[in-house]
Design a protein around this ligand. Structure first.
Ligand SMILES: Cc1ncc(COP(=O)(O)O)c(C=O)c1O
Length: 537
């Protein structure tokens, strides 16, 4: 029998001899190529592996090219050796410390290295890996809430109204954490000119029910670093013991190499915990994150579970139990392969590229909103100038239209709205990642120039047609029943809490993850795109 020909499977084509087996090595000649792929029910019959592989690969070719997705902070490049190690570890369940003690050892090494990078006290710091910063933040919030609760109970005080203070530039996972764990969100508003927390306002908002203040090292919107030290100094001055958690999802692997003297980590007195995403500037494929506490004092014992299901006594403080071991191994590879020098070279290059890109966009007439000069993440946040900033002509296009035009060249660059009190300020953001070298940056600049020219040439009427196209395109592709569909229908009028928050102006982020993100996030893009066009047509 010829290789690839499976015995026992009958040909179903009329022109084939009745009893000869079907040749599945000829994937596009098999009956599977003549049928739609199963969508709702698990098929009754099996499918040969080469056919399943080819069919799914072909379908996935409709996805964007991750390297052109400049919306996301998440790593899209790792060396072959790292990929090999990760592939080899794919069948290991990370949590099974007894079976995979060396993986556990590697995990502890990574946690130690990251804690040391953040200047955690050597003898007391504790930390763990997570699936990403969101899980890390959930754990940190739980720890802050439990510690606050225990302190209140010790003094016989009520425990029913905890709150957390953060800037309106927080990533959505903070809102999730607050809602999931029933904590009141207290926002310090951004303004048209300040996109970070105001330390004074944050400290003034503290009361006896405050479980902590969040400071972001690299906001999702503009990449700016919030002033952790100023918050801490004000708390110390006020003799307040409200703890600070630093969300260093992106900045945790940038600032230590680019701005080593910036005090934002455990060098700062009131910082008790820090999260970082290994899969962002930690340079690992998704999903790995880390959370570190200054000492066990800040991680109440009853949140840690000691278990022995897997043959050995081990402790667990995670939201999920099982997870793959590959990402932790990938993280270790990057830490020892690159070393501090390697990370420094990469982060400095990215910073230079971001500054170069910002300069080029400024020359094209855009307003640059990100910090630049190493003072924030290596990203460029920008927008068209408004009338009071020298724009002379009335445009019938906006940042959302530019994002859509760039999409036709393959680039995924999100546009989003900063919200009501900033006068519906729209902006775009380009995340400069490891594989975005200077030569690709030059190509992007040319494409932005070109798309802008095209936009200027195209008519108002065309924008209307484009709006219609986007509406139809997004609904036509949704042929598969969305497993979150019922929830979406039930909560159709539900808005992101920041959008409705009366004192909040960082409302409508549609950035990283929109195109590739989870089902609940996905619907925001078309809605926003349409409403943005509605302003103009
Ligand atoms: C500041 C900040 N915090 C938290 C997160 C969530 O991180 P993750 O995607 O690793 O869960 C992000 C993601 O972009 C972020 O930018």
């Amino acid at each position: 029998m010829a290789p690839g020909v499976k015995a026992g499977v009958k040909r179903r084509r009329a022109d084939d001899a009745p009893d000869s087996p079907e040749d599945f090595s000829n994937v596009y000649g098999s009956h599977f190529a003549d049928q739609d792929l199963p969508c709702d029910d698990i098929p009754d019959e099996s499918m040969p592996p080469e056919v399943a592989y080819r069919m799914i690969k072909d379908e996935l070719s409709l996805d964007n090219n991750p390297k052109l997705n400049l919306a996301s902070f998440v790593s899209t490049y790792m060396e072959k050796e790292a990929e090999d190690l990760m592939l080899e570890a794919m069948s290991k369940n990370f949590i099974d410390f007894e079976e995979y003690p060396q993986t556990a050892e590697i995990h502890h090494r990574c946690a130690n290295m990251i804690a040391n990078l953040f200047h955690a006290p050597q003898d007391t710091a504790i930390g763990t890996s997570t699936v990403g910063s969101s899980e890390a933040i959930m754990l940190a919030v739980l720890a802050m809430k439990r510690r606050w609760k225990q302190q209140r109970q010790r003094h016989g005080k009520p425990i029913d109204n905890p709150n957390i203070i953060m800037s309106s530039a927080v990533q959505v996972c903070w809102e999730k954490a607050a809602r999931y764990f029933e904590i009141e969100e207290k926002y310090v508003n951004c303004t048209r000119t300040r996109f970070t927390i105001d330390p004074k306002e944050a400290v003034e908002l503290c009361d006896e029910n405050t479980i902590g203040i969040v400071a972001i090292l690299g906001t999702t919107y503009t990449g700016a670093y919030e002033d952790v030290k100023a918050i801490s100094d004000l708390l110390v001055k006020k003799k307040s013991h409200v703890p600070i958690h630093v969300d260093a999802a992106s900045g945790g692997f940038v600032a230590p190499f680019v701005l080593p003297h910036l005090e934002w980590d455990f060098r700062v007195e009131r910082v008790v915990s820090i999260n970082v995403s290994g899969h962002k500037y930690g340079l690992v494929y998704p999903g790995v994150g880390w959370v570190v506490w200054r000492s066990p004092e800040y991680l109440p014992k009853d949140l840690i579970f000691n278990i022995n299901y897997l043959g050995a006594e081990q402790s667990s403080f995670t939201l999920n139990f099982s997870k793959g071991a590959s990402q932790v191994i990938g993280q270790y590879y990057q830490l020892i392969r690159l070393g501090k020098a390697g990370y420094r070279h990469i982060m400095c290059n990215l910073t230079k590229t971001a500054d170069y890109l910002a300069g080029a966009l400024r020359e094209l007439g855009f307003v640059i909103m990100s910090e630049g000069q190493s003072q924030g993440l290596p990203l460029v946040a920008f927008r068209f100038p408004s009338k009071d900033e020298g724009e002379t002509e009335e445009k019938d296009f906006d940042e959302f239209a530019l994002a859509h035009y760039l999409r036709s060249r393959g680039w995924v660059i999100p546009a989003y709205t900063m919200a009501p009190e900033t006068g519906q300020m729209k902006m775009m953001r380009i995340v400069v990642r490891e594989d975005f070298s200077r030569s690709r940056c030059e190509l992007l600049i040319k494409d932005i120039k070109l798309c802008r020219q095209h936009l200027e040439q195209d008519s108002n009427q065309f924008i209307k047609r484009l709006q219609e196209h986007v509406r139809r395109h997004t609904s036509a592709s949704g042929k598969i029943r969305d497993p979150m569909g019922a929830a979406k229908a039930a909560f159709k009028n539900e808005r992101h809490s920041l959008q409705d928050h009366p004192s909040c102006n960082a409302a409508k982020y549609s950035g990283g993850g929109v195109f590739f993100g989870p089902a609940v996030v996905l619907p925001r893009f078309p809605t926003q795109l349409q409403s943005s066009f509605a302003v103009h047509v």
